[in-house]
Design a protein around this ligand. Structure first.
Ligand SMILES: [Zn+2]
Ligand SMILES: [Zn+2]
Length: 355
């Protein structure tokens, strides 16, 4: 079988991990023996939304992006709560996410859709390539022994929650409140990696394929404003307009009233006025996206017929054209109003609902 041209050597499905993943998806079917009551759906709603917050507010906006500050105790609560989502440990998750931002839509990006849609959605998690925690990328949190402990023993949270659901709702509580809830939680989270780079609109000409998508934003408490997020990664708030609902941000704002979290970062006015497609910024991200699709097809075709020379010549020409397009992008993505002091006014006009 010909390997996908954009995948690295270790990026093949691990049979044991894939098997376990498939079995996990099938477990909720056992509910045909227990029946499902309204109580079970209530447990599911709680375990879905609370764990989604731990992923978006904890793993993503705190550990990966440090977009607000908190105490060491609450930091540990975020870490432990995140593990109950059964998406591995906080250092593993946040470390790989930082690499996603560093290498977005290149072959080094573990879950770019340029490696295939299903691969970006699920495949990348069950490959030997992403098995380890990338400690270099997350050294600032790796120094805490309690985080290293919970990252290594990331099974404690899921088991504790599963037993809690069994105690709370019996066997059907376990099947629906833990297993079914986890499957839905997984796929909602994974949509950010796959569909939020394929389906939706683009406000900013970022150097990647990120999109804003209200459905994904609803399912993931605000993470669907992914183009906004790729443009201003340091901002805790990801919905930039009043109608871009961002539940994670609202919850964090609420927690800040009690000083549980503080120093919540908002997007700065200058960045909001920069690289706006509406202002005519050249959309290098979309250019690269389509470019990559075309080169991948050429690579696959030449691989089949072994036209090695043609492939090398094509890729050299392609690199030059891409460099020219990137230069054009760099020139056009400067702030709309580059004059010092006028940026704030321009941004206020551009995004009237910002606080
Ligand atoms: Zn991010
Ligand atoms: Zn992304």
């Amino acid at each position: 079988m010909i390997a996908h041209p954009n995948r690295l050597p270790g990026e093949r499905l691990d049979p044991i991990a894939s098997g376990a993943f498939v079995v996990f998806h099938l477990v909720p079917i056992l509910a045909v023996f227990t029946g499902i009551g309204w109580h079970d759906w209530q447990i599911l709603l709680v375990t879905y939304w609370v764990r989604m917050f731990f992923i978006t507010g904890g793993y993503h906006r705190y550990f990966a992006h440090k977009s607000y500050k908190t105490s060491r105790v609450f930091q540990f609560i975020l870490a432990f709560g995140g593990t109950t989502a059964t998406q591995k440990g906080p250092l593993w998750w946040a470390g790989h996410h930082r690499l996603h931002h560093r290498y977005t839509d290149t072959v080094q990006d573990a879950h770019s859709p340029i490696k295939g849609v299903m691969f970006s959605h699920i495949g990348w998690i069950i490959t030997p390539h992403t098995d380890e925690t990338p400690t270099d990328a997350i050294a600032d949190f790796n120094k805490y022994p309690e985080l290293r402990f919970i990252n290594r023993r990331d099974f404690i949270g899921p088991w504790a929650l599963a037993l809690g659901c069994l105690w709370w709702g019996g066997w059907s509580g376990l099947l629906v409140g833990y297993f079914l809830s986890t499957v839905i939680l997984w796929h909602s989270t994974f949509l950010v990696n796959s569909m939020a780079h394929l389906w939706g609109t683009r406000r900013f000409a970022t150097e990647d394929s990120s999109r804003n998508n209200p459905l994904i934003a609803f399912l993931t408490m605000g993470e669907g404003w992914h183009n906004n997020h790729h443009h201003i990664q340091s901002s805790c708030r990801q919905g930039f307009r009043w109608w871009e609902f961002d539940m994670t941000f609202y919850v964090l704002k609420f927690l800040s009233l009690f000083h549980i979290v503080w120093d919540i970062k908002k997007p700065n006015a200058k960045a909001l006025a920069t690289a706006r497609i509406a202002d005519g910024a050249y959309d290098i991200g979309m250019f690269q996206f389509h470019w990559d699709k075309a080169t991948t097809r050429v690579a696959a075709a030449t691989q089949r017929s072994d036209l090695t020379d043609a492939r090398v010549a094509f890729s050299m020409a392609a690199d030059e054209a891409l460099a020219a397009a990137q230069e054009l992008g760099r020139q056009s993505r400067r702030p709309a109003v580059p004059v010092e002091g006028q940026d704030e006014a321009a941004a206020a006009r551009a995004v009237p609902a910002m606080e």
